[in-house]
Design a protein around this ligand. Structure first.
Ligand SMILES: [Zn+2]
Ligand SMILES: [Zn+2]
Length: 278
């Protein structure tokens, strides 16, 4: 068995997910998982930034008393620094307008490492979900080139941030731009990303939610597994994350098949050990 743990699961305490902790524990046991990491969103839709996490943490830590295999993590999303600053000051997004700015907005995450640790969080998946580089950039798909550059910028930033343990679902959200053919992303960008991950001792995630999205092509899946293999061979440890939201299923089995074709063997997928966890 190649995949022994799942480090990216959303429980019913994520605003966009509905899986009870009980179902996760029961199925994980049936799959023979050693660890299951619950990574509910912080800040995805929450102007208090850590409000949703508070609820997740309270419930997961309670549940964990009977299920020590369940580990509390969090998924952090890059957001525009001006939005973060405004909400932190006013407690609401209401009245916020994007500042006029001729360069990409700076990036922020939901809370400091101390604030996360204080809630019992033991690791963070940091993952890009949308553009934060300028007014209207979320709504406008803009040019493919602009989109690739913005994902590159965010992911490089995440690779260097102290709060991030795992770079979650690299290149998620292509919506066709690179989900057809992953080679539209310059190899040099992936090498820059690899060097940043390695230098900062980060993990990179094999995320089955991205790989088996209905938007991805066969070709993309094969290329993506090869990309993960290249990073692995450069010394970047790879973790597995299902990114389950709706039901907790055994997608790791088809993921293993794909990884095997790219050269992964049984001992190649990492766990987060105590020396890595906060
Ligand atoms: Zn995500
Ligand atoms: Zn997720």
């Amino acid at each position: 068995m190649m995949i022994k743990s799942d480090w990216h699961i959303h429980s019913e305490y994520s605003f966009d997910a509905k899986i009870p902790l009980e179902e996760i524990a029961t199925n994980a046991k049936a799959y023979g998982f050693v660890n299951v990491g619950i990574t509910d969103h912080a800040n995805y839709n929450d102007e208090q930034f850590l409000g949703d996490l508070d609820n997740s943490a309270k419930n997961v830590l309670e549940f964990r008393k009977k299920h020590p295999e369940m580990i509390l993590g969090v998924e952090l999303t890059p957001i525009e620094k001006p939005v973060f600053d405004y909400c932190a000051k006013h407690g609401t997004r209401e009245g916020y307008t994007h500042p006029v700015c001729d360069k990409a907005f700076d990036i922020e995450l939901a809370g400091t490492k101390e604030e996360l640790i204080a809630r019992g969080v033991r690791y963070a998946v940091g993952a890009s979900h949308w553009r934060v580089d300028g007014p209207g950039s979320v709504a406008n798909s803009d040019t493919p080139d602009g989109k690739i550059k913005e994902w590159y910028r965010q992911q490089l930033w995440l690779a260097q941030d102290e709060r991030v343990t795992i770079l979650g679902h690299p290149w998620y959200g292509g919506q066709g731009i690179w989900y057809e053919d992953f080679s539209v992303i310059p190899h040099s960008m992936n090498m820059d990303l690899a060097h940043a991950l390695k230098e900062n001792k980060k993990f990179v995630e094999c995320n089955s939610g991205v790989i088996f999205s209905p938007l991805t092509s066969e070709k993309f899946r094969r290329q993506y597994a090869e990309f993960l293999r290249e990073l692995f061979e450069m010394g970047i440890p790879v973790t597995y994350g299902s990114d389950a939201h709706g039901k907790y299923s055994d997608e790791h089995i088809i993921t293993e098949e794909l990884l095997r074709k790219a050269g992964f063997c049984d001992t190649d997928i990492s766990d987060l050990t105590d020396d890595v966890l906060w």
